[in-house]
Ligand binder design. Structure first.
Ligand SMILES: Nc1nc(=O)c2nc(CNc3ccc(C(=O)N[C@@H](CCC(=O)O)C(=O)O)cc3)cnc2[nH]1
Length: 222
């Protein structure tokens, strides 16, 4: 498989990336090459969508500015064709593969945290341990709603813990080309980032090739 252009075997992703002209609103940046369908992206913008029946409003109504980041995260998770280097086998019943330690750009993690820090939640890991008896997730009985910052003291805590280490916090900024962007416009900048994590930079590759040539020469001259 081409690790630089593939789809994870999750719950809603298609098997191979393809152009998808009609991706909805916040997911439209992925329209040239995507692992999501138009339908998935419309659902991504709904409360309690059929995607995961997930209730953002489990501790009162989530603010619009905060929700916008969860919608963007859903677009990134469902649509990204460049997550190959971070795809691993998953142990959950609802997906075969997951992403682990995707290096998220500082701006995206920070603005997500800043826009959510006045909201409320009851859990640090949003993947596990909810009460699903009503059909959607509610706070489990042994928990209570707290200020966001009590559950997530820092942006790093939030970005890493909320989806069980899907993301790795970094201090890398978008202009570094070495972190993945959840928010972008224009051509997808993440392919180059995936390429870097898979192969190293052109300089590293040149160095490795040079070393191989040198070792071979030494062996021949012996
Ligand atoms: N970046 C990112 N990474 C992700 O892994 C991710 N995952 C989801 C999917 N979210 C969820 C949340 C809860 C359950 C759920 O059913 N939890 C059960 C446990 C189910 C099981 O592990 O078998 C629970 O106990 O609450 C499923 C999917 C949405 N956005 C993401 N975004």
């Amino acid at each position: 498989v081409d690790k630089l252009n593939m789809c994870m075997d999750g719950k809603h992703q298609i098997s191979e990336p393809r152009p998808e002209g009609q991706l909805y609103l916040q997911c439209s940046p992925w329209k040239d090459n995507a692992c999501c369908t138009a339908n998935t992206t419309e659902e991504a913008h709904q409360d309690n969508s059929y995607l995961y029946n997930f209730n953002w409003n489990h501790c009162g109504i989530m603010s619009d500015k905060c929700k916008e980041h969860f919608i963007q995260d859903t677009c990134f998770y469902e649509c990204s064709p460049h997550l190959g280097p971070w795809i691993q086998q998953a142990s959950e019943s609802w997906r075969k593969e997951r992403i682990v330690d995707v290096p998220l750009c500082l701006e995206d993690c920070k603005s997500w945290f800043e826009d959510c820090k006045d909201d409320y939640t009851c859990k640090e890991n949003w993947h596990k341990g909810w009460d699903w008896s009503s059909g959607t997730n509610r706070c489990p009985h042994d928990s209570h709603c707290s200020r966001w910052t009590e559950i997530f003291p820092s942006a790093q805590d939030m970005c890493e813990k909320i989806w069980s280490n899907s993301y790795k916090y970094t201090t890398l900024t978008k202009d570094s080309g070495r972190c993945m962007q959840m928010w972008f416009t224009g051509p997808n900048p993440n392919r180059k980032v995936a390429e870097y994590y898979l192969n190293g930079s052109p300089e590293t590759v040149a160095m490795a090739t040079g070393l191989q040539v040198y070792v071979l020469l030494m062996m021949l001259l012996r």
